[in-house]
Design a protein around this ligand. Structure first.
Ligand code: ZN
Length: 430
């Protein structure tokens, strides 16, 4: 039986991982992603796959690889007024190389700022359109005097590859649980690093566990990463029984589950049950074809049972995609709480089975079999109800999770009741 317990011990190491990954300049391709995967690989077994630029992924193409060494805007005095080395958000991700001197008016169309959040640097990308630009606080932008500026982006956009990491943990079954988290953002903490940290430490707990399912953790860029993975693993995708996109898991917001396309898959019930058990406030939303990689896994050609767990969702918090999504936004309790819910959901999936009552004609006598004697203490009424519900609904059609939901009891209570009933010979596996 699989049980996972190390949530509180993991909170500081998860935060330390976020802090260590924070300075790296990630994008959908490039050395920042490779360095990120190398650091993740210090914690869990990880295979890094490289998908060459130009590879078709259904209707998409893996873009050229982007790398950047330096970028700045220098004023006439030679001061770097916008400096990539101070904050990598200052450069629009995938900017083509630039080296020229220009007037402010000529530079303005390449500048991005947030008038409503004048102190924050926005995060912008231009993956599929050749352009360049700088992001800066609106206050700084407004303070720039007219005049000549030296503009340098020392980047390369060339044939290379897209990198993603896979942590494959084989189980007794070939059926797989897929956990996907994206790795394509530069110095933003909650978006993506909190998800990377939670997935890394979930995998780490599963490494020594006796597993029923095979677990596949994929650390890849958003959209093109899941498309590339699916296009190279179409055969393996049919083995995915349960899947979860796990992202945005470190801020102070409550947990939020987005259901799979089908809406009533086992993963949907497992995560919702884990959330209910967590005792904290949470939200559940239906599937929609907008958001993260769940939209690729849930595209009609695949229609995989993949849900999504976040805290504050994308675009759902004021610091989203700005320089304020930094380490100060990450709460250790949030990381630990997110990990705990993911781990509980995994435990439910692992232990969720169907049984058949071997004594289905009338209610079997529990006392005669010593089952009442084991019951004592304040939770005895709930344990008795768990046994009665498990006996009643174990007709081969209802899973333990379905029984727990119908009984309004914790899955763990139902699972323990099933163990005792098995030991007493009153249940048998389907
Ligand atoms: Zn994002």
């Amino acid at each position: 039986m699989l049980t996972l317990t190390e949530f509180d011990d993991a909170r500081q190491p998860m935060y330390d991982l976020v802090r260590r990954l924070f300075p790296l300049c990630r994008s959908i391709t490039g050395d920042g992603v490779r360095e990120t995967l190398r650091i993740v690989a210090e914690h869990i077994p990880l295979t890094v796959h490289e998908v060459p630029s130009g590879t078709k992924a259904f209707d998409w193409t893996v873009p050229r690889e982007w790398n950047i060494r330096d970028a700045y805007v220098k004023n006439a005095q030679g001061d770097r007024v916008v400096d990539f080395r101070i904050n990598n958000l200052h450069v629009v991700s995938y900017s083509v190389p630039v080296r020229k001197t220009m007037r402010l008016a000529e530079l303005q169309p390449h500048l991005h700022s947030l008038p409503d959040q004048p102190d924050l640097i926005p995060y912008r990308t231009s993956y599929y359109e050749e352009s360049w630009g700088f992001c800066l606080s609106h206050r700084l932008r407004q303070s720039l005097p007219d005049g000549e500026y030296e503009v340098v982006i020392d980047s390369t956009l060339s044939d290379g590859s897209l990198s993603y990491g896979e942590c494959l943990l084989p189980g007794a079954d070939e059926d797989e649980v897929l956990i996907y988290t994206h790795t394509c953002h530069p110095s933003l903490a909650n978006d993506n690093l909190a998800g990377i940290a939670v997935c890394t430490f979930l995998a780490r707990q599963l490494v020594p566990a006796k597993r029923r399912y095979t677990y596949r953790f994929v650390f890849g860029p958003g959209t093109i990463g899941s498309l590339a993975w699916l296009s190279r693993n179409a055969d393996r995708a049919t083995r995915i029984r349960h899947g979860l996109v796990a992202v945005l898991l470190g801020d102070a917001g409550g947990l939020r589950y987005k259901r799979s396309r089908a809406g009533d898959a086992e993963i949907d019930h497992a995560v919702q049950h884990a959330l209910k058990q967590s005792g904290t406030t949470y939200d559940v939303e239906p599937f929609s074809p907008y958001g993260y990689d769940e939209r690729q896994f849930g595209s009609p050609g695949f229609n995989l049972p993949v849900g999504r767990l976040t805290r504050s969702p994308n675009s759902g918090y004021p610091e989203y995609h700005t320089s304020a999504d930094n380490l100060a936004l990450i709460h250790l309790e949030s990381l630990a709480g997110s990990l705990a819910v993911c781990a509980r959901a995994v435990e439910i999936l692992e232990n969720n089975r169907r049984f058949v009552n071997t004594s289905p004609f009338g209610e079997p006598q529990l006392g005669r079999r010593g089952l009442y004697r084991k019951i004592g203490g304040e939770s005895s009424a709930a344990r008795e109800m768990a046994m009665l519900w498990t006996l009643n609904l174990s007709d081969g059609a209802h899973s333990l999770l379905e029984i727990a939901e119908r009984a309004g009891l914790d899955f763990e209570l139902i699972r323990r009741a099933a163990d005792e009933l098995m030991d007493a010979g009153l249940l048998t596996t389907v």
